[in-house]
Write a protein that binds this ligand. Structure first.
Ligand code: SAH
Length: 215
């Protein structure tokens, strides 16, 4: 259920995100219209509209609203963009992209989360292509992508993902091991040239490598 109270809290959150520097109107509108409380386990519903990350299943987290807004803003989403997301998690970020009319392909390596995300999207009446697999490899079958977003901390920028980005495309990826990561934006200028910008420190759960899948 999405009540007036939830809508009111959401408006406040959007105001806070604006104060923190989010200016892309379409990002703000998407956050204003998506009931984030439905993506959290019941015990946390009251916290859904605070600007905080929260635990979801399998030891993972739903990203902080500011982080979702910031990464999405860096992507400069246009209607119809083909977007590859690594780390579906709760599918909240997925829905923000879908609400902005992107076509979304999203990969998750935890089976439980992949399955939950499928149910969630259906319930919310959104449609995306979800994959259970290893995000380091991307999804070459549907490449190239206009935009690629990584929602877990990557120790390095995976070559496969760089390859699967369109020339002129944008990748947003938090890079770094340990406690915090540096948000990076790559713009692909040619098959071999990338422009790179840095946007400060963020905290993400790690993008896991070489682990057998938790089926
Ligand atoms: N966008 C999500 C963020 C979830 S946290 C949300 O807002 O809810 C990051 C997610 O990345 C976790 O669900 C984790 O299981 C997933 N992940 C970690 N390593 C991965 C990998 N190698 N491939 C795909 N997903 C991965």
């Amino acid at each position: 259920m999405d009540t007036y109270r939830h809508k009111g809290l959401r408006k406040k959150l959007v105001g806070l995100l604006q104060e923190k520097g989010i200016t892309d109107e379409r990002v703000l509108e998407a956050i204003n219209s998506i009931p984030r409380h439905l993506f959290l386990d019941n015990a946390f519903v009251n916290f859904a509209y605070q600007d905080k990350a929260f635990p979801i299943s399998a030891g993972q987290t739903i990203s902080q609203p500011f982080t979702v807004a910031f990464q999405t803003q860096l992507l400069k989403i246009q209607r119809g963009d083909k977007v590859l997301e690594i780390g579906t998690g709760s599918a909240y970020q997925t829905c923000v992209l879908l609400e902005m009319k992107a076509k979304v392909f999203s990969i998750e390596r935890q089976k439980v989360l992949y399955q939950k995300a499928k149910v969630m999207l259906e319930k919310m009446n959104y449609s995306a292509k979800l994959f259970f697999g290893d995000g380091y490899l991307g999804q070459p079958a549907f490449a190239p992508y206009d935009k690629i977003i990584i929602t877990a901390g990557a120790p390095f920028i995976p070559e496969d993902l760089k390859r699967q980005l369109n020339v002129g495309g944008i990748m947003v990826i938090p890079v770094g091991e340990g406690d915090s990561q540096i948000m990076k934006r790559l713009i692909k200028r040619s098959e071999t040239e990338f422009e790179m910008e840095e946007y400060g420190d963020f905290k993400f759960v790690p993008l896991l490598q070489n682990k057998s899948f938790n089926g």
